[in-house]
Write a protein that binds this ligand. Structure first.
Ligand SMILES: [Fe+2]
Length: 170
């Protein structure tokens, strides 16, 4: 049985993961409109992954006999200055998600809730991967700063990366 404090924080994490999915979906739409079709495909795939993150928590809460609550979602921003801006915002957002997971880990540790602590380990590892992935993309974009050809090359790489992730071989 989950304590009320941990249940509230897990439900808040449903909100965070759901919002992440919508944010990436919205960004995918912006990329598509700017003809960055690889980045759009990559972000669509990533939006699906965030829904999976949400569903894991949803299932965990219900498996403990508590109730998952679907939040009212905030509208994500839909206008960006450049492709670099999009990915810098994603990196910043993923660092925020990491902080929410860390807070959950600290709360479950203090409450001796070892089951939830164990459940959260997957998210700790996932956030490390997410930060690493997006930091890498931001850094590669910085390397080609100002070059349209360079950005289109990265867009192509993102398309290939989306195919790999979708086939489950990442
Ligand atoms: Fe996530």
């Amino acid at each position: 049985m989950l304590s009320q404090e941990i249940l509230d924080k897990l439900n808040n994490q449903i909100d965070v993961e759901f919002y992440s999915s919508n944010l990436y979906l919205q960004m995918a739409s912006w990329c598509e409109a700017q003809n960055y079709t690889g980045a759009s495909k990559f972000l669509m795939e990533h939006a699906d992954e965030e829904m999976e993150h949400m569903r894991r928590i949803f299932k965990y809460i219900n498996d403990t006999g508590s109730q998952a609550i679907i939040p009212q979602l905030e509208q994500p921003p839909f206008s960006y200055e450049s492709l670099q801006h999009v990915f810098k915002e994603i990196y910043k957002h993923e660092c925020y998600v990491t902080s929410t997971i860390n807070e959950l880990v600290a709360t479950t540790t203090a409450a001796d809730d070892y089951s939830t602590l164990n459940f959260l380990q997957w998210y700790v590892a996932e956030q490390h991967e997410e930060e690493h992935l997006f930091m890498g993309i931001v850094n590669r974009m910085a390397m080609v700063e100002g070059s349209r050809t360079g950005l289109l090359m990265i867009d192509k790489e993102l398309s290939a990366s989306a195919d790999t992730r979708a086939s489950g071989t990442r």
